[in-house]
Design a protein around this ligand. Sequence first.
Ligand code: GLN
Length: 542
Amino acid sequence: MARLIFITGGVVSSLGKGLASAALGALLQARGYRVRLRKLDPYLNVDPGTMSPFQHGEVYVTDDGAETDLDLGHYERFTGVPSAQSDNVTSGRIYQRVIERERRGEYLGRTVQVIPHVTDLIKEFVIAGTDDIDFLLCEIGGTVGDIEGLPFFEAIRQLGNDLGHRNTCFVHLTLVPYIETAGELKTKPTQHSVKELRSIGIQPDILLCRSHYPIPEEDRRKIALFCNVSPACVIPGLDLSTIYEAPMRFHEQGLDTQVLKTFGIDDAPLPDLSHWQWVVERVKNPEGEVKIAVVGKYMQVKDSYKSLSEALTHGGIANNVQVHMEWIDSEIFERDDAASFLEDVDGILVPGGFGERGTEGKIRAVRFAREHNVPFFGICYGLHMAVIEGARDLAGLEGAGTTENGHPRHPVIALMTEWTKGNQLEVRQEGGGLGGTMRLGQYPAVLATGSRVAEIYGGLEIVERHRHRYEVNVGYLRQLAEHGFVVSGWSPDGRLPEIMEISDHPWFIGVQFHPELKSRPFLPHPLFASFIAAAVRQSRLV
Ligand code: GLN
């Protein structure tokens, strides 16, 4: 079984626990270890699939079709290890299982309790399928002291006991704030947070202390003394100009060395951080800049499009330029002329989304891109908007729309009730419940020979991740093709259009899937690399 590293948080949320976990995973991987990352989320939703992006940020979809926490996106981007349903669990799912078991009579008449029944299930989940890896990094959502997080903390405390100290390591992330009026860094919140952790039986081995300013040696010693750890295990986590610097900075501060020491490992090979050096070098020293307008709906919460903004950054890394993103709420175009906002951008991207609000504005953004020869990238709902725009303006189908938003005269986007996955027929029902009716997870697609996407991918077979209910209606394809808007990628059974493009345009591609989920800083997704390359060409024109 793998050695277990638990990452907990204290003081406040949003300190970057997911990123810190991902960076530690990347560091251990760079030393040659096989790692996997998991997240325990204390909220009661069964998964984040039905939560609003305003509440929860992006829903990250895995290859096996799980709708998960966005931290799994960080894990994948930092380690390149694809995550799965088994890497994210919520209190809701745990309780659901316990109650199902109880209803089936599996507890044999015993009183069902948080300890041991809920905690046992959590422990089962944490260690499942970890035989072929060296380290499992398990992040606990929320902060220590939250009521709903208690069963998770209790479960990892028990695991620490069950497996012994040489097989488990507890990393606690805290904040060391700077008090302007006193001109001092304050260690008390960290002391209190560790006290809280120790009161539930967990003694942290490593403290990761987020801070705006370097933490003086004296403060590190003080934290160590009060929190019962060695001074070398008080690791400062300073703000960084790019998140991809985290593995290198943490290594300099000794994070991976100290973690390995807690397992009694002090002869591990040094990490090979060359690919991180390359990424950081590129991000910090770009040779130019491009401006991309992202026209969507959930603009106030940047985390709603986390993978997308990262994938655009990766596209910049591929082209050695900085990608400046302008987040524009599409509803603006329903009041004001799109031109004034889009005139000076080098590319326009309409991302995934749901519901009617803002759709007419997105359609206007597509029209601007098409008519003004600005590189256009439509992702999922963005493809739908492009098809509606093309149907209305190119093919003259007035009233073209999506059945997602009512009963349009020309349902160019509609619900497909059947499709095949491999040899299996999959069916979904009109009016079915919201959870579990989507085409989710990875599906293969076949690209058209000679298409732009075939050239971009450098092959004809691709596999990408999906998260949607509606599809391009094949009944309207002929009318669109007559105007040069063609399907260039199909599902292997030839039933579902997966990619559409206009070849007589500098770069106009819409995809039914979410390529942003599979982009990595050291391996930018080909579509994002190509889109940004087109934006670079565009920037030279203006
Ligand atoms: N709302 C659309 C659908 O359900 C698109 C979803 C998305 O963009 N992820 O099909």
